[in-house]
Design a binder for this molecule. Structure first.
Ligand code: PRX
Length: 619
């Protein structure tokens, strides 16, 4: 499915287990595969339909030819004006605009590694990621629309540069796209010698072409930071050849994407779903991919279906949290519009059978099959899903491993839990696959420890059979191999399908002067799946107040981003602790969810529990 400059000599090299190498000896370029090679037959075809949030703004249809021109011109600018070269890391802090895939493909053309930070994150969160990857160039935009408001985004870049400097990293250049080319729409002034308007600079690069740089299959394509169990997000590093092969193959065989399809994944390119299944997979297959700038319910819950009707979208992809939201505010909207899907994907969280039913009957008009795809930032592409027209759908269950993926469920002692036993365990994948990350940027130990150490049978073994991949998800496998995902078994909370590390939120809370200790627990939520409840205790001499609680909540939004904002900040006299001083999050979780706290006899300070219950449950 891909074009290679040189074919590989070794498909899989396992000699440095578990750092698998795929397609060794192969030379390839991702930008060439997503753009250039389509020109001969399809240069007039739309590659990207950019749908602005304001409904009175025209949709932009970027053809493959136009994508080719824009990617080349920006690549030339990056190469000659910025001076980046193969192996450098360039950070993007971009929202959902066509300039994001253009920037990604321009980097890929040069062998430059891109690292996109979700647009809704703060400048500070962007800085942490820049510092970790030693990235000295930031690509951003003046502003964009979100929920009817024009958001001034450039000011986040100023914050990011300042915060990065405090961490010891000097950001050399900030490149700014204009949401309306020719008109700078931010209040934030440009810093001389640092900030440059891309749309101005591009005038000097008109007509410039840059040959795609053939890179080794194993050269990194991008970094995607994600939350784990420590306070510091990890830079998941994806390869060029293996990753591109995997997302292209799964886009075709699981999502049934063909060049004649109009495909819409309503997710954000700031997350892995968008990288794999808005940009690289669909464009490698020469599909038309829709990029929608705004929120699904703006200006009303009919918006997605009007877009689907207008563009004649026939493959649709989104997350359960979005489906739940649209079902709540506009249960009858889909039937008002004349669109027809052949295929619908869901991703990111378990989908409740009731919600699945609405998706199938109302959104899909009983004409579309649904693939519930389970996977992770680290895995590059789908792990479990049914295959359209081959394996039957089963609401609430992702499905068996996709072709080439062999899941297994282990108990805590490393025994295999037989399929059909009804017992839950830790979901693992037995075998390596090409989409799996290569490592954690700058932290290979974390790669081994977080994903392989748990169930490795022999640390000296070079045999992949001894190194199952541990997903950190719990699940149950049915007799016929379908996996039902129950959720994370580590300190990660999945809020609206977005991964948040509890430690990141807890560290943010600790920046408030009065706070002594903090603990985050997930609370079930009808729309978002899970939301964080934040417990804090104060240093001696401070009295609890609404004002402190608000400052704690604001600190979390300001340091991480609004998506991490706690449902509630509870100021408690003390945290429930074990005798060794560990905070018992399980007990706090039970209280927040109105459940029985279970056995608490081993606690060092059991007397605090009724006090906390009184604060939270009012009884
Ligand atoms: O807990 C699983 C959940 O989302 C986590 C991965 O999050 P992230 O790396 O942000 O990637 C999201 C997009 C792939 C997983 O560990 N998850 C993902 N897909 C599903 C899911 N849970 C249940 N069903 C799914 N289909």
């Amino acid at each position: 499915m891909l074009d290679w400059y040189e074919y590989w000599h070794t498909t899989l090299d396992t000699s440095n287990a578990p750092f698998w190498k795929w397609f060794v000896g192969g030379k390839i370029n991702a930008s060439y595969n997503c753009v250039d090679r389509h020109l001969k037959k399809n240069k007039n075809k739309t590659a990207i339909h950019f749908v602005p949030e304001p409904e009175n703004e025209a949709i932009q249809h970027v053809t493959y030819q136009e994508l080719f021109v824009r990617v080349n011109e920006f690549a030339a600018l990056l190469k000659d004006f910025v001076g980046v070269k193969k192996g450098d890391v360039v950070t993007f802090h971009l929202p959902m605009v066509a300039e994001l895939p253009i920037s990604m493909l321009a980097c890929a053309r040069l062998g430059v590694i891109h690292s996109e930070v979700f647009g809704g994150f703060t400048g500070g969160a962007c800085a942490t990621r820049m510092e970790d990857s030693n990235s000295r160039v930031l690509v951003t935009i003046d502003g964009y629309y979100r929920n009817g408001r024009f958001i001034d985004h450039k000011k986040n870049a100023d914050e990011a540069v300042k915060a990065a400097e405090e961490m010891g990293l000097k950001v050399e250049k900030v490149l700014i796209w204009e949401r309306y080319p020719g008109k700078y729409s931010s209040e934030s002034p440009l810093v001389e010698g640092r900030d440059y308007i891309i749309n101005d600079l591009l005038k000097d690069y008109r007509g410039k072409r840059v040959d795609p740089v053939p890179v080794a299959a194993e050269d990194p394509l991008f970094l995607m930071y994600t939350s784990g169990t420590t306070g510091k997000p990890k830079g998941v590093q994806h390869s060029t050849g293996g990753y591109l092969a995997y997302v292209t193959g799964t886009s075709k065989y699981i999502q049934d994407i063909h060049p004649e399809d109009v495909y819409w994944c309503m997710a954000d390119i700031g997350w892995i779903t968008g990288h794999s299944y808005i940009v690289y997979g669909p464009l490698a297959l020469c599909a038309s991919s829709v990029i929608y700038e705004g929120v699904p319910t703006y200006p009303d819950a009919g918006r997605p279906w009007r877009i689907a009707e207008e563009l004649d979208v026939n493959i649709f992809h989104t997350a359960p949290t979005t489906i739940r939201g649209l079902r709540k505010v506009g249960p009858d909207e889909p039937q008002k519009y004349n669109y027809h899907f052949k295929h619908m994907t869901t991703v990111g969280e378990p989908i409740e059978p009731e919600v699945w039913k609405w998706y199938y009957e109302v959104v899909g008009k009983k004409e579309a099959i649904i693939c519930d795809t389970w996977w992770q930032t680290e895995t590059g592409g789908f792990l479990c899903s049914t295959v359209p027209a081959i394996t039957p759908m089963r609401p609430g269950s992702a499905g068996p491993g996709v072709p080439g993926i062999h899941p297994v469920v282990y108990d805590d002692d490393g025994n295999e839990i037989p399929p059909g036993s009804g017992r839950a365990g830790n979901v693992c994948i037995r075998n390596p696959w090409p989409g799996l990350m290569q490592t954690i940027w700058g932290n290979p130990d974390r790669y081994v420890n977080d994903y392989f150490a748990r169930y490795c049978k022999d640390k000296n073994s070079k045999d992949w059979r001894d190194w199952p991949y541990f997903s950190n998800d719990g699940g149950v496998q049915s007799a016929d191999g379908y996996i039902r995902i129950l959720g994370r078994v580590d300190d990660v909370i999945n809020v609206s399908g977005h991964r948040l590390g509890t430690k990141e939120i807890e560290s943010a809370a600790l920046t408030v002067e009065e706070v002594a200790e903090s603990a985050v627990v997930p609370v079930a939520d009808d729309l978002k799946g899970r939301v964080p409840d934040l417990y804090v205790s104060l240093k001696p001499g401070y009295e609890p107040s609404e004002e402190i609680a608000k400052r704690v909540s604001d600190a979390v939004s300001e340091i991480i981003g609004k998506i991490a904002k706690p449902r509630k900040v509870w100021i408690v006299p003390d945290m429930p602790k074990t005798r060794s001083g560990k905070i018992m999050r399980r007990v706090l979780g039970a209280i927040s969810n109105g459940k029985d706290v279970g056995d608490v006899t081993t606690l060092a300070n059991g007397e605090v529990i009724p006090e906390i219950q009184k604060i939270v449950q009012g009884k």
